[in-house]
Design a protein. Structure first.
Length: 169
């Protein structure tokens, strides 16, 4: 399987929304439930334009056979005190889970982060998402803490883990 990892482009707005809507439907591990994502393709294009104009955030997409199979969003701050840090969001279609897509996305993220002298990569993950936790640990992330009952799934609350990786400065 040939995976192409690249930066998001404005013209990816519609395909990216389709990817996100599909992720919303096929997994409970993403934040939004089916039907909650109301962004239009034009609004998504505008968000991408703003993101691409800034130097502190990026979305990397995994393309397989011309279709988006997953993404890794790195969202940074323009404030001096936390400019060294980015918050990450990962989504990979189930059909491509466990096939190296996540590892490839993290490899590209690390290149991008090092070029910007970033020091901290951070994320949250549902505590029962064993596959994602294993990927993050493989990528060098460590658990820093627990957010108790931070997500509601149906009629139950679940914990999230705070995870981070510090890059050499």
């Amino acid at each position: 399987m040939n995976v192409n990892i690249r930066n998001i482009r404005e013209e990816d707005a519609e395909a990216f929304l389709e990817l996100c809507l599909r992720l919303d439907r096929e997994t409970e591990f993403m934040l939004l439930e089916p039907g909650e994502r109301l962004t239009t393709p034009e609004e998504q294009r505008q968000k991408f334009a703003a993101l691409l104009a800034a130097d502190h955030s990026m979305i990397f997409v995994a393309e397989i056979n011309g279709q988006l199979a997953g993404y890794l969003g790195a969202y940074g701050s323009s404030y001096q005190r936390n400019r060294h840090s980015v918050y990450l969001v990962l989504g990979i279609l189930q059909a491509f889970s466990g096939k190296g897509v996540g590892t490839a996305l993290f490899t590209e993220l690390h290149r991008w982060a090092e070029a910007r002298n970033l020091h901290r990569l951070e994320l949250t993950v549902m505590a029962h998402n064993d596959a994602a936790i294993a990927l993050y640990k493989k990528a060098g992330f460590e658990v820093e803490g627990i957010k108790k009952d931070s997500i509601r799934l149906g009629d139950r609350f679940v914990d999230e883990l705070y995870m981070a990786k510090l890059l050499p400065s």
